[in-house]
Ligand binder design. Structure first.
Ligand code: IFM
Length: 451
C-alpha cells in the first residue's frame, strides 16, 4: 500500500525544532541564562566547546525560517518557547518582549496556514530555577505551571496545540543520572525525584494551559520511546531487558496513563518517590494526544558491572547506523506505535520527532544530496503507515529537524536538518531530503483531497 493510501486524510505533516538548539540571541529581548548555557560553557561538556549562544540565529531570522516552512509545505510547526526568555527572573513576571516575539511567530504561522504546536519545556531550565533546586525540587513543578499559565494567557487565544515537556527521560536520566546533559548530575537519588517532578510539572502545566487558554486547548506530553529487546534468550538478558524497558519506557508511560510508577523499577532504583496525595491524579489527567519521538531500538544484555541497571546496550552486528552511531531500524517505530496504542490507548498519537544525523556533503553547486536521510524518512513513514493499518490512531508526523542545529553534547557536528545551516553565514539550503518531504506532502494531500 502506498503512503498516501495508508495515511489518513488530514494527516498532519510537520517539522520540529527547539529553542536552545536554534534560537541563539542568548541575551536578546532580556533572555537570561538557562542550564544549557551553563553546561555548554563548562569546559569538556560539549564537543568542540560549542554553545547555543548563536545557534542558527533563528530568533532574529524567524522570517527566513517561516519561508522555509512554507516552501516545505508543512501543515504544522513544532517549536519550543524559551522559559528563561519568557520568565527571565525569579520575580515570575512575564517578559513582554519575549511574548511579543512568540506572538508574532504564531500570527505569521497562522497567516501562512501553518498550525503552531508549542513545546513549553525542551530542556532550557532557567538557571535561577536550577539554583533554587531545579527539577529535584517540587517547587520547580509549580514554577513550570506558572510559566504555562503565562503562555496560555498570552497565546491561548490563537494556539490550541501544546506539548508540556519534551522527553522527560532525557531531563531525568541523562541530565541527572548519566550527566551527559544539563545540569550534569550523576546520582540516582537526585534523578528519581527529578523525574517525578517533571511528570508532576507536566500535569500541573496541562491544567494551567486548559484553565488559562481562551479556547479549548489540546495538550499532551512528548516521550522518547524505544523497543527494548534481549540480546540472547538467557534469563539474565530477559531480566535486564525488563528493567531497561521499565527505566526507559514504562517509568514515563505508566504514570501519565494512570498506572503509577512501575513497582519493579521503583524497587530496583531503591529511591523513595517524593509522593504526596493527589500527585498521581495530576500526572495522569487525560491527555488529548501523546507525542512519540523515535530514533532507535535497544538490544540489551545483562551486565553486572553497570551500576544502575545491570544492563547494557549491545551493538547489532551488521546494522546500518546514522552519524550518531544509532541503528537505523524503522520497524522499531512501527513496534513502539503498536505497543503504545494497544497497551495505553492514547486517543491520538503524533510522531513528534523522527530523523537522523548524516555527515552531509555540500556539492560544488551548493546542493546537498542526502540520500541516506531521504531513505530514512521514507522508511520511517512507511513504518507509520503500517502502524496505521494496524489501527494505531496516528494523526501526524513531525520531521526532526527543520534545520541543522545545536545537537546538545554533540554540538554542531551532528546535522539532523532537512535544511542545511552554514554556521559561518547562517545561509539556509533545503537538502534533497527536504525537497522529497515537500513532494511526499504534496502527493499525500492530492491523493487524500477527495476522501
Ligand atoms: O536533537 C534532539 C532533540 O532535541 C530531542 N530529541 C532527539 C533529538 C536528536 O538527538
Amino acid at each position: 500500500m502506498t503512503l498516501s493510501a495508508a495515511l489518513p486524510a488530514g494527516f498532519v505533516w510537520g517539522a520540529a525544532t527547539a529553542a536552545y538548539q536554534i534560537e541563539g540571541g542568548k541575551e536578546l529581548d532580556g533572555r537570561t541564562p538557562s542550564i544549557w548555557d551553563t553546561y555548554s560553557h563548562t569546559p569538556g561538556m560539549v564537543a568542540n566547546g560549542d554553545t547555543g549562544d548563536d545557534a542558527c540565529d533563528s530568533y532574529r531570522r524567524w522570517p527566513e525560517d517561516l519561508e522555509l516552512l512554507k516552501r516545505l509545505g508543512v501543515d504544522a510547526y513544532r517549536f519550543s518557547t524559551a522559559w528563561p526568555r519568557v520568565v527571565p527572573d525569579a520575580s515570575g513576571q512575564a517578559n513582554p518582549l519575549a511574548i511579543a516575539h512568540y506572538s508574532r511567530m504564531v500570527d505569521d504561522l497562522l497567516e501562512a496556514g501553518i498550525t503552531p504546536l508549542i513545546t513549553l519545556y525542551h530542556w532550557d531550565l532557567p538557571q535561577y530555577v536550577q539554583d533554587a533546586g531545579g527539577w529535584p525540587s517540587r517547587d520547580t513543578a509549580d514554577k513550570f505551571a506558572d510559566y504555562a499559565g503565562i503562555m496560555a494567557r498570552a497565546l491561548g487565544d490563537r494556539v490550541t496545540d501544546w506539548v508540556t515537556v519534551n522527553e522527560p527521560l532525557c531531563v531525568a536520566w541523562i541530565g541527572h543520572l548519566d550527566g551527559r546533559m544539563a545540569p550534569g548530575d550523576t546520582d540516582i537519588a537526585i534523578a528519581v525525584p527529578a523525574s517525578y517532578h517533571v511528570l508532576l510539572g507536566h500535569g500541573l502545566a496541562m491544567a494551567a494551559l486548559r484553565a488559562e487558554s481562551s479556547q479549548p486547548a489540546s495538550v499532551g506530553i512528548v516521550l522518547n520511546l524505544s523497543p527494548i529487546e534481549p540480546a540472547t534468550d538467557s534469563p539474565a538478558d530477559a531480566a535486564a531487558t525488563a528493567i531497561k524497558d521499565g527505566h526507559i519506557n514504562r517509568w514515563f508511560l505508566d504514570p501519565v496513563f494512570g498506572r503509577g510508577f512501575p513497582a519493579d523499577v521503583v524497587k530496583h532504583h531503591g529511591v523513595e518517590l517524593p509522593m504526596q496525595d493527589g500527585d498521581l491524579d495530576i500526572m495522569s489527567a487525560p491527555m488529548d494526544f501523546l507525542g512519540i519521538n523515535y530514533y532507535f531500538r535497544e538490544v540489551v544484555a545483562a551486565d553486572p558491572s553497570d551500576p544502575v541497571l545491570g544492563a547494557r546496550q549491545v551493538p547489532v552486528p551488521g546494522a546500518r547506523t546514522t552519524a550518531m552511531g544509532w541503528e537505523v531500524h524503522p520497524d522499531g517505530l512501527e513496534q513502539i506505535l503498536v505497543r503504545v496504542a494497544r497497551e495505553y490507548q492514547p486517543p491520538v498519537i503524533y510522531v513528534t520527532e523522527s530523523g537522523c544525523a548524516v555527515d552531509d556533503t555540500v556539492e560544488a553547486d551548493g546542493s546537498i544530496n542526502d540520500a541516506d536521510r531521504t531513505e530514512y524518512l521514507e522508511s520511517h513513514l512507511a513504518a507509520c503507515a503500517r502502524a496505521v493499518e494496524q489501527g494505531v490512531p496516528l494523526k501526524g508526523y513531525y520531521a526532526w529537524s527543520l534545520l541543522d542545529n545545536f545537537e546538545w553534547a554533540y554540538g554542531y557536528e551532528k546535522r539532523f536538518g532537512l535544511v542545511r545551516v552554514d554556521y559561518d553565514t547562517y545561509e539556509r539550503t533545503i537538502k534533497a531530503s527536504g525537497r522529497r518531504y515537500a513532494d511526499i506532502i504534496t502527493e499525500h494531500r492530492a491523493a487524500t483531497a477527495a476522501r
